[in-house]
Design a protein around this ligand. Sequence first.
Ligand SMILES: [Zn+2]
Length: 199
Amino acid sequence: MMNIFEAVREKIPVRAAAEYYGLKVRGGMTNCIFHNDRTPSMRLYDDHFYCFGCGKCGDVTKLVEGLFGESPIQSAKRLCADFGIEHIRGSPPKVKTKYVSTQTQEQRAFRILSDYCNLLRRYRTEYAPKSDDEDLHLLFTEGLTKLSEYEYYCEIFITGTKEEQQKFIEERRNLLGELERKLKLDQSRSAQDGQVCSA
Ligand SMILES: [Zn+2]
């Protein structure tokens, strides 16, 4: 497991950081920032620098410390931010995490929506009025009015584009959460029913 200092040392060449922060680099040499240097006497390697004038040497974090006068951790964080490195101990790089999490979000949305459709179908049969003069059960009405709408939503996650799916998730985050709770409640209720029946 890499700590933040090791991560920036491995991923950001000292030379790249020097140039990014405005040092003039020629032939791998630059004017030393640690002493009053008139000719470039600091050599930049991939993983460290060394000044032939004052003998100062260090890694990319040390260089940034010298440039901005910040603490080592602040310097390393600055490097991460400026070079787009997401450093979380023991986690994969950000891009990958993001990809995985959106995948899961879409799968989750589809699961919730299709489970809810199944629930609505069940409502339509289980709570159907047994006679003409019987008041319509609230759940029966729910099944009746909402099924086609939610079947359409499911379609988005079967045939829709990634953009449409993500838009749906963003716009209906609360709704999805509500449905998920509703489904859980229904599950625990039927589990209890099951126990009663088997007893
Ligand atoms: Zn120097």
